[in-house]
Design a binder for this molecule. Sequence first.
Ligand SMILES: Nc1nc2c(ncn2[C@@H]2O[C@H](COP(=O)(O)OP(=O)(O)OP(=O)(O)O)[C@@H](O)[C@H]2O)c(=O)[nH]1
Ligand SMILES: [Mg+2]
Length: 396
Amino acid sequence: MNPTETRSRQPQKMVLMGMGNAGKSSILKTILNEFDSFASLLPTTGVERTRMEFFGRELSIWDFGGQIDYRKMYLSRPIMYFQGIKYLYYVIDAQDDAKIPESIEYFLKVFENTIEFSDDVKVYLFFHKIDPKTPKNVAVKYTGIEENFLVATLPEMKRHKIEPVIFHTSIFNPMTVISAFSRPLLGNQTIYETLCEAVDSFCWERELPFGIIFLDTLEIGSYYANSKVFDYVNTKIAKYLDWLDDVEEPPEYKMGKFDVTTKQFTILIGENEFTFNLMVGVDPLNAPDEIDELFTSMGEFSDGLEKILLNAEIIRSGELRTENLFNSIDPEERRRQLDELDELAELEEEDRFKLAEKERELEILDEQYVKMKEKMPEESEDSEDDDEVDFDDLDE
Ligand SMILES: Nc1nc2c(ncn2[C@@H]2O[C@H](COP(=O)(O)OP(=O)(O)OP(=O)(O)O)[C@@H](O)[C@H]2O)c(=O)[nH]1
Ligand SMILES: [Mg+2]
């Protein structure tokens, strides 16, 4: 095994830190789709390590118990705990304002040690326990807590040129946790956004209420028609993921008031085969006309997704690179496909612009037509004909 291979196979260290009871282990269980184990969770003793693979990347996740004695222990032996951290996930319990000053103090120490003992670390702040249906006055309190935390910690992060990414999460909206966790792992935001846009247009064209692309237990792109749909899907998603875990070829699934169709597709990159699940919801009361062709069009759509994934910036940037991943695509071919994608995006943008212009023109014509009609109190048959002729002329 050559040294590059050894390095690429080394797991990346991801840590979950924060005060006791903040929700770190619950977040981890959510990511692992182990929803059944919430009830039996006890405070974590010391550090619990879990291995996980995501898109060809080995991860070692360290869940740091947050009770006072453990916190002291980590800080007194920083070399043991703070070396080689690639992703620092710091969890703040947004419901527990009494603990915020202590959480700020702990974060600053954690940050200082991480910077000292790890290179090239990325920082993610989870303002957690922001549960669905939070009343407005409580939500305002959460915002205040977030502001206090940031005011006290951002200057120190800025001094080290670290820009944290902020997420608002709750285990009762599991997709907030799953997507917050997956996005950094995809390597950069652009690919996530591109995939979301793709799902968005697929669903929008067919008036589908939602669509999600899963890779293993994580999410790499999604669309929800509105926040009500998002909350609804979140109440059902744990069961769906459990079910998805158990079935070989996912058929139809009933998610409460929605029907769900799932299309599984695999992509071979180098020696690694990745299995994706593209799922979309259908509202039976507002099903698309071409419902029978939905599965077929999902197949065609997944070909497009495959293209995006193969060309993804993550692969080019080397963020996700194993040697195999990188060598698997001929650079010429990659460039050609990328140019093609760029061209397509430009054309789409142009089309959208033209369409909007045309719509605006039609609106103006409509307004003019209405005004014209209002000005003509008595209409003879002749004048009606004239109107039509005028309007058609204008339209051209
Ligand atoms: N309301 C609400 N409660 C949550 C959420 N996430 C976790 N909890 C609860 O918070 C409590 C603590 O969760 P844990 O995941 O054990 O917390 P921890 O950060 O791992 O705690 P330590 O291991 O002691 O550091 C449990 O009762 C969870 O059910 C959330 O999003 N909303
Ligand atoms: Mg724990």
